[in-house]
Design a protein. Structure first.
Length: 201
């Protein structure tokens, strides 16, 4: 029941934040590659008191981070988005979420960064989420090299692309509802062992 109320709160916030320079969709299921609120709830289950630093790489209009802010968990959540229009929308949504009307809990540290995630240090992450459908091979290769800097046992959730580094152990797979349809999520954990190397395919 609480998850449904949280999802509805996020929907109401984004109904008040028109797309900047993009089609004016208020339905999250239509907004490009947005992750549905139901799928965000699956991601939030990986956040725990010990694993509370969360990053969304390519965070778009910030839906995932805003929903994380209403999770009643003490977390640090950072969204990184290169497109300024989407970043600006995320800031508007965050301002609304913190208003007296919506009253986001005060025990969360939310932040949005307008830059490429390849330029940002996210090595303190406990949980990383990335919807990678549109990423080319070069971007994935660079991204995976950055994942090598994550702490041991960090959780990495990648939609529609697989990692090919032995340092990451596949924990499971799931289907996420995305703006473009069904996305296939791969859930990895960074291994504690050393000697990582690329898998030859």
């Amino acid at each position: 029941m609480f998850e449904a109320r949280r999802s509805e709160t996020v929907r109401k916030i984004y109904e008040r934040v028109p797309h900047s320079g993009e089609p004016n969709y208020t339905d999250l299921s239509l907004s490009g590659g947005a992750t549905s609120p139901e799928s965000v709830e699956k991601i939030l289950k990986y956040l725990t008191p010990r694993q509370h630093n969360f990053y969304d790489l390519g965070s778009g209009r910030g839906e995932v981070i805003i929903q994380a802010g209403f999770s009643n968990k003490k977390i640090k959540a950072v969204g990184i988005e290169i497109m300024k229009e989407r970043h600006d929308d995320a800031l508007k949504a965050l301002k609304l979420a913190r208003s007296e009307e919506f009253k986001m809990p005060g025990n969360v540290d939310l932040k949005f960064i307008n830059d490429s995630f390849l330029n940002v240090d996210f090595s303190d992450a406990d949980v990383v989420y990335v919807s990678a459908l549109a990423f080319d091979d070069n971007t994935m290769k660079e991204l995976q090299s950055r994942f090598m800097n994550l702490k041991d046992n960090a959780v990495i959730i990648v939609v529609d692309k697989e990692l090919d580094i032995r340092r990451f152990e596949l924990q499971g797979e799931d289907n996420y509802k995305m703006g473009y349809g069904k996305g296939h999520a791969y859930i990895y954990k960074k291994r504690e062992d050393t000697g990582a190397e690329f898998i030859n395919r």
